[in-house]
Design a protein around this ligand. Structure first.
Ligand code: ADP
Ligand code: MG
Length: 372
C-alpha cells in the first residue's frame, strides 16, 4: 500500500505579502507552465513585499498540520502568541489522539454523560446543526469507520495502517453512526454505546474563527490565517488590495485551478488528495460517506467553500464533497450565503455566481456558473 499524502497545505497563497515560497506548496519540481506562473507570482510578490511592511508571523504545528498566521499591526506579536495558545488549547480538547481530550473522554465512555468545555460543546452543537442542514452528509459519528479505514491510526511519526475493511465490519459500524443520536444538554454530552465522534471535519475551521476573534480583540485588521490550508483572510493587505488565495488542482499538486480575491472571508477546501491510499489501482480517501461507510465517491474530488464563518465553511466543504455533484449544486443554489468551487472527477469546474468577479482561472481552465 502506498502511503497517502497528508499534505498540510491545501491552498497556496499568492501575493499575500508573506515571504516567498513559504506558503506555496505548488512550487514545481518540473518545468511546467505553472512553475513559471508561480515564479512570476513570486517575483511580483517580492516587488510588492518591498513596499509592504513586514508582517508578524507565527508557525504552529497542531491538529496534524502545519499552520501559519501572518498579521499586521501594533499588537500583532501579542495577538499571535495568544492565537497559538488558543490553537493548542483547542487541540487538547478536540483531538482523538490526546488521551484526556474532551472527545477521547466522550468516546471512551459512550453510553455515559460527559461534561465538556464550552468550546467542545459549541463545536459539537454546530456540527449537529450542519448535519441537519446537509441531510447527514456531515456526520461526526462516522469516526469508527474513519478509524477502521486506518485514517487516524497513524500519526506524523508512524506509518498509518490504511486498509479496506471487510464488508461485515463496515455494516456493523454503520449501525453505530447517526449524529442525530448525540444528546447535548448544556455542556453534557451523551453518546449511545459503541458510538464515537471526531471533529476532524470542523476543528480547523473552528480554530480559525477563534484566532479571528483574538485578532479582533487585539485590533488587528489585516491578517492571513492559514491553518493547514483552511484559510481566513482578514481585511485587506496593507497596500489596500485584497488577499489572493489559490485552490490546488486536485489531480496535480504542482498546479492550481484558480485563485480568488478575498477579504474578510474563509476559503476552505476538502479534497480527495489530502489523505489517501491506493490499492489495486484504486484510490481510497479520508472523507467517508455516512450512508455507505466507504470513501465518498459521488463525483466531486475537491469542494471549496467561501463564507464568513470558518467552522461553517470547513463543515460544508466536507459535506459538499460527500453529497456529490448534483446534490452539492442543488445545495449551493439554495444557500446564497455561501460561495463554492466544485471540481468533479472529470475535471468539470462549477463556480457559484457570487465568485465570478473574484476568480482568476489557471491554464485557460473553464468553469460553469451555478446561478442563484
Ligand atoms: P481535512 O481535515 O483534511 O482538511 P475535512 O475538513 O474534509 O478535511 O475533514 C475530513 C476529516 O473529517 C476526516 O479526516 C475525518 O476525521 C472526518 N470525516 C470523514 N468523513 C466525514 C463525514 N462524512 N462527516 C464528518 N466528518 C468526517
Ligand atoms: Mg471540513
Amino acid at each position: 500500500m502506498k502511503k497517502g499524502i497528508a499534505l498540510a497545505v491545501v491552498l497556496g497563497m499568492l501575493l499575500c505579502g508573506c515571504s516567498a515560497g513559504q506558503n506555496t506548496p505548488q512550487t514545481s519540481k518540473t518545468e511546467t507552465s505553472v512553475q513559471s506562473q508561480v515564479s512570476e507570482e513570486s517575483s511580483e510578490e517580492s516587488k510588492e513585499e518591498s513596499k509592504l511592511p513586514e508582517p508578524e508571523s507565527r508557525d504552529v504545528f497542531a491538529m496534524d498540520t502545519y499552520m501559519v498566521i501572518k498579521a499586521y499591526g501594533t499588537n500583532a506579536k501579542k495577538a499571535l502568541e495568544e492565537s497559538e495558545k488558543e490553537i493548542q488549547r483547542l487541540e487538547s480538547l478536540f483531538s482523538v489522539k490526546v488521551r484526556d481530550s474532551d472527545i477521547s473522554k466522550i468516546n471512551s465512555t459512550s453510553g455515559n454523560p460527559v461534561t465538556v468545555n464550552a468550546s467542545t460543546r459549541t463545536a459539537i452543537a454546530k456540527a449537529i446543526e450542519i448535519g441537519d442542514m446537509t441531510d447527514g452528509a456531515l456526520d461526526i459519528t462516522v469516526y469508527p469507520l474513519v478509524r477502521e479505514w486506518g485514517f487516524t491510526t497513524g500519526d506524523s511519526e508512524n506509518e498509518p495502517s490504511y486498509k479496506i475493511p471487510e464488508q461485515w465490519l463496515i455494516d456493523w459500524h454503520l449501525g453505530n453512526v447517526g449524529y442525530d443520536k448525540i444528546i447535548l444538554n448544556g455542556n453534557i454530552v451523551t453518546l449511545p454505546t459503541q458510538f464515537e465522534i471526531d471533529l476532524g471535519s470542523v476543528a480547523k475551521g473552528y480554530a480559525s474563527d477563534a484566532v479571528l476573534q483574538i485578532l479582533d480583540e487585539n485590533k488587528i485588521d489585516s491578517a492571513l490565517i492559514n491553518l493547514g490550508g483552511n484559510v481566513y483572510a482578514l481585511g485587506r493587505k496593507p497596500d489596500n488590495t485584497k488577499w489572493k488565495v489559490g485552490i490546488q488542482n486536485p489531480v496535480d499538486a504542482n498546479k492550481m485551478i484558480c485563485s480568488l480575491s478575498v477579504e474578510n472571508q474563509a476559503v476552505i477546501t476538502s479534497g480527495n488528495y489530502e489523505r489517501f491510499f491506493e490499492q489495486d489501482g484504486k484510490k481510497y480517501w479520508h472523507i467517508i460517506d455516512p450512508k455507505t461507510g466507504y470513501p465518498a465517491d459521488n463525483g466531486i474530488i475537491s469542494a471549496t467553500v467561501i463564507g464568513d464563518s470558518g467552522l461553517e465553511c470547513d463543515a460544508l466543504s466536507t459535506a459538499l464533497f460527500v453529497m456529490g455533484t448534483e446534490k452539492a449544486i442543488d445545495f449551493c443554489k439554495k444557500h446564497k450565503e455561501i460561495d463554492a468551487v466544485l471540481v468533479t472527477k472529470d475535471m468539470k469546474i462549477y463556480v457559484t455566481d457570487g465568485l465570478t468577479k473574484h476568480i482568476t482561472m489557471e491554464d485557460d481552465l473553464k468553469y460553469e456558473v451555478i446561478k442563484r
